[in-house]
Design a protein around this ligand. Structure first.
Ligand SMILES: [Zn+2]
Ligand SMILES: [Zn+2]
Ligand SMILES: [Zn+2]
Length: 307
């Protein structure tokens, strides 16, 4: 009997300790890794999506990072994806709550902002949820339905961002948006730099070819601690249509460009935002092995990044 009581007390304490891999300072969690359309992609009957249609464990949600502060219990996400409801459940499994303190948007392509629809009357009906957006993105939301209704009913409260200008989310977390070249039909496109404990992470889910950017990405990687970078396509010829109209850096090109980096710098690179055709979505694929062998990393849903 005495042993049983000790066992129960021991079990109680074991269950109430923070899990070993929960950092005690702010951290970043990966909530999604796929391109805008998610994985598998609607209507795809080809090899790339075949297995994933039949196996939910192989399905992946659209690229999204969460920034979490275990001290103040605040949490933000970068981009509101079409998979936001599943992604907030993933967040809740980690932190015990899906309540958000704000959303930071990168641009107005479907995978990056349409999740905002869940904050309107039809679903949550949130009250002045802070949404951080660049000026054109802000005007796009204000001037076009159904997003304009979120603004009018004050479900969301848009806070205007300025590129290259640092903003404090709280006393421990700094954020800096920076402009990147991309097909900017409706808004500008930004990447973000997150700084916690003097360490930094850059997140660039969408960008045109690296050479179209005024910033030298290789030099930038040297200066940061983590780099989550656009890996929409693995190589040329992956799509049956003209790929020059959607000029993302191919993973093969990025790896070649980053080959001159030291091994320590290469390990900062986490590829993310995979199109359904990208073999990096397929576990144990030759492409995955190649990327890992070269010293780069592949972002994973649920992955925790400590600072
Ligand atoms: Zn995208
Ligand atoms: Zn496919
Ligand atoms: Zn885009």
């Amino acid at each position: 009997m005495r042993n049983l009581i000790f066992l129960i007390i021991g079990f109680y304490f074991a269950c109430n300790q923070p899990s070993e891999n929960t950092p005690i300072t702010p951290y970043v969690m990966v909530l999604g890794i796929a391109q805008d359309a998610g994985y598998p992609q609607m209507n795809c009957k080809k090899y790339c999506c075949k297995q994933a249609w039949g196996n939910p464990d192989l399905q992946r949600t659209t690229s999204c990072l969460a920034i979490l502060d275990p001290i103040s219990k605040e949490q933000w996400i970068i981009d509101a994806t079409p998979n936001i409801k599943e992604q907030l459940q993933l967040l809740k499994q980690k932190t015990g709550t899906e309540k958000l303190d704000g959303i930071l948007l990168t641009h107005a392509h479907i995978g990056h902002y349409t999740g905002l629809m869940h904050f309107g009357r039809e679903v949550i009906g949130s009250n002045k949820l802070p949404v951080f957006a660049m000026p054109k993105m802000k005007t796009f939301l204000e001037d076009n339905g159904p997003w304009s209704q979120l603004v009018k009913l004050e479900n969301i409260n848009i806070k205007t961002l300025k590129s290259d200008s640092t903003l404090s989310l709280n006393e421990r977390i700094k954020i800096k948006p920076f402009l990147v070249p991309h097909r900017d039909e409706f808004s500008e496109t930004v990447g973000y730099e997150i700084t916690i404990n003097n360490k930094s992470l850059i997140f660039i889910p969408d960008i045109d070819k690296w050479e179209r950017w005024k910033i030298n990405i290789t030099e930038l990687i040297k200066k940061v601690d983590y780099a989550f970078l656009d890996a929409t396509f693995y190589e040329n010829g992956e799509l049956e249509r003209d790929m020059s109209e959607i000029p993302h850096p191919f993973v093969e090109e990025s790896m070649k460009l980053f080959s001159k980096l030291s091994n320590a710098d290469q390990q900062k690179v986490h590829f993310i935002h995979f199109n359904h055709t990208n073999p990096l979505l397929i576990e144990e694929s030759t492409a995955q092995k190649e990327v890992l062998k070269k010293g780069f990393k592949i972002a994973k849903e649920g992955q925790i990044i400590s600072f």
